[in-house]
Write a protein that binds this ligand. Structure first.
Ligand code: ADP
Ligand code: MG
Length: 664
């Protein structure tokens, strides 16, 4: 600041909020003080200055340095001050996008930023994630998932509504972010009035810089305190159990300080929280360790519960989180990190045509990020629940980019829709394996989305309008022909949200009995339909849900998704219809429509009692959660799950005769 300040110094110490005109609240000043201590604040001028001379800039900064929350605000102020006249030359309304790979981060961070700017979320600052839009005509800064920005590009290929696009968490190398790299690289050439900022937490940023033709790179040094790394002497057999034991040890032996534990998924985390609480009770019998609060953090947790981990509380905090706390969200006050060395990762085997989420070892880069979380406010300790030898010999340097681990059917459809014709010569940062690409083209060809020359067909055009996997879009599109689009809409919506069935560990039997009331003997898709119908018949009553071991939240979300999909159907003139419930064809039509989308996901019963997937000939088993009353000869499945065995989950019986027309 001061008298010599340039017009770049846009520090905001006015009495009135420049965006709303209202006087600032006290809380605003309180947070501002904290914000000013974040490492990126020291680089504010440099950053804004660098951005003056370039269209594209790469910013690297340690996790927690303030990239996600502060940089978009800096940019917003600077654009409003007309620091970059080239951006405001066109009469375009001011709008800045900041992408996040994770839905939770987009929501949580935008809320935080709205609070920092002293505005109401959804007004000047908003977010947009699949099936949930929280923005308005006033919105100037929008946090959105990278997948949403990609969808926007389909309707708005030059990103005309934005002056600045910030691709955040670029180091995560999600599929959508990788595609956006390629698309934006092209768009920048034709839009001189657009700037791109790429933000990353790791030094892979050099790679981004090269990709973007030597864009300037700013490195914000983190303020990391030393973190002492401890390894186990022997490999652990059960990492969850080891993590719980380690937490107990920290509580009894180590100085005060919050604890962050990395586990792999919601169910595992809830279970671990219960057990940690039990341990705490046990310890409290023997010695007084003071008040402790155990908090879960994962993506399907209700958002008010997610927000709780940020609250400053008098108790000692133990946050048990998925990978989301690795770089996307920063929880202050963490002194101890427990890292079992695993996360759930997408794995794709193109030969088997199977994409699955697998609990897999993390990379060295991830392990370093995780330990770094312990040293943000004071020296910390990280307990790695694997041996030092294993760290050096077994862990990969970096996590593979998602594009190398995914089924690309949806990606190819998106790219075709965006007008990319020659996929084999597309400028990918890391090109996917040719066989994965071929496989995607083949799926789309069989679904009728591409013609023999690989061009998008009419059906393909329509499919790309749905924010869904190609199979599900296809099923919706053909459902009017089977006279069951209403039902297929409900099933699609139910498949798009977390499972509605709640199964508390100590009430498994009651929960299973409740579920059995909805079971349809022809399969799980129909069971889901029954649940949805019952929910509507009971007027969406939360206590009815509770009594029936159903998640009201999941059902409400499904209902919301259904309405959105229904609007898309209406817009595309796809008829909403149902077969008469009393007709013997009611369920048959639905099952035929399911098959029309998922004909590549059929399994055939073997004499051994196992199933074999029809195309890839993989041995699979029906997941025990299925509602079938027998083993049908043919089933379609929604999901392939690999745990100790290969399972197919959410399965429905189909007739072998129907398969004739799907000659795959
Ligand atoms: P980076 O993107 O560089 O990792 P962030 O901008 O996410 O850093 O975080 C900067 C600081 O903002 C963190 O130290 C954290 O304390 C604070 N912060 C971020 N989100 C929230 C939130 N939802 N509630 C409270 N504080 C938050
Ligand atoms: Mg961030």
């Amino acid at each position: 600041g001061g008298a010599t300040s340039t017009n770049l110094d846009t520090s905001i110490d006015l009495i009135n909020n420049r965006w709303t005109g209202r006087p600032y609240s006290e809380r605003y000043y309180e947070i501002l003080e904290k914000r000013r201590t974040l490492p990126v604040w020291k680089y504010k001028e440099k950053f804004l200055q660098e951005l003056k001379g370039t269209q594209c800039l790469v910013l690297v900064g340690e996790t927690g340095s303030g990239k996600t929350t502060q940089i978009p605000q800096f940019v917003l102020e600077a654009v409003a001050e007309n620091v970059y006249p080239e951006l405001t030359r066109s009469k375009r309304k001011m709008m800045i996008a900041c992408t996040q790979p994770r839905r939770v981060a987009a929501m949580s961070v935008s809320r935080r930023v709205a609070e920092e700017m002293d505005v109401v979320i959804g007004e000047e600052v908003g977010y947009s994630i699949r099936f949930e839009e929280c923005t308005s005509g006033k919105t100037m800064l929008k946090y959105l998932t990278d997948g949403m920005l990609l969808r926007e590009a389909m309707a708005d290929p030059l990103f005309e509504r934005y002056n600045v696009i910030i691709l955040d968490e670029a180091h995560e190398r999600t599929l959508a972010t990788d595609l956006l790299f390629g698309i934006l690289k092209e768009v920048l050439k034709v839009r001189a009035d657009l700037k791109l900022v790429v933000m990353s937490a790791t030094l892979e940023a050099k790679k981004f810089r090269d990709y973007f033709n030597g864009a300037p790179l700013i490195e914000v040094p983190g303020r990391l305190y030393p973190v002492e790394i401890m390894y186990t002497q022997q490999p652990e057999r059960d990492y969850v159990e080891a993590a719980i034991r380690t937490v107990a040890q920290i509580l009894t032996c180590e100085a005060p300080g919050d604890v962050l534990v990395f586990l792999t998924g919601g169910e595992e985390i809830e279970d671990a929280c219960l057990k940690i609480n039990r341990e705490i009770n046990k310890i409290n019998y023997q010695c007084e360790i003071g008040p402790v609060k155990v908090m879960p953090l994962y993506s399907t947790l209700p958002s008010d519960m997610q927000q709780k981990v940020f609250d400053q509380i008098p108790e000692r905090k133990i946050v048990v989180s998925t990978n989301i706390a690795e770089t996307s969200l920063t929880i202050d006050g963490v002194v101890y990190v427990v890292d079992p060395g695993f996360s759930k990762q997408k794995v794709y085997n193109p030969r088997a045509h199977v994409e699955s989420l697998l609990v897999s070892p993390i990379s060295k880069a991830s392990a370093r990020q995780r330990s770094g979380r312990a040293g943000r406010t004071q020296p910390g300790k990280c307990f790695r629940l694997y041996t030092q030898k294993s760290f050096h010999n077994d862990l990969e340097q970096e996590t593979y980019p998602e594009i190398l681990r995914s089924n690309l059917a949806n990606t190819v459809l998106t790219m075709k829709k965006l007008g990319v014709e020659d996929l084999s010569h597309y400028d990918f940062m890391d090109p996917p394996a040719p066989e994965t690409m071929m496989d995607a083209l083949e799926v789309l060809y069989f679904l009728g989305a591409l013609d023999e020359d690989g061009n998008l067909t009419m059906v393909g055009e329509i499919m790309s309008e749905f924010p869904l996997d190609p199979q599900m879009s296809k099923m919706l599109i053909v459902s009017p022909q089977y006279n069951c689009s209403n039902e297929i809409l409900s099933i699609s919506a139910m498949l798009s949200v977390p499972t509605p069935f709640i199964r508390p560990r100590d009430e498994v039997q009651e929960a299973d009995e409740a579920k059995a009331e909805f079971a349809h003997i022809d399969g799980d898709h129909l069971t889901l339909l029954n649940v949805y119908h019952a929910y509507k018949q009971h007027n969406e009553d939360p206590s009815w849900c509770y009594d029936n071991y159903l998640s009201h939240k999941a059902l409400k979300a499904a209902d919301n998704v259904r309405q959105q999909l229904m609007r898309i159907m209406a817009r595309l003139n796809l008829k909403l219809c149902s077969t008469d419930l009393s007709s013997p064809d009611y369920y048959i039509n639905i099952r035929k429509a399911l098959l029309a989308g998922y004909f590549r996901q059929v399994a055939h019963l073997q004499r051994s009692g196992q199933y074999l997937t029809r195309k890839e000939k993989q041995v699979v088993h029906l997941h025990p959660s299925n509602s079938l009353d027998h083993k049908p000869e043919f089933v379609i499945y929604n999901e392939y799950v690999l745990t100790s065995r290969s399972f197919i989950r959410t399965v429905t019986q189909i007739s072998g005769e129907w398969l004739v027309e799907y000659n795959i």
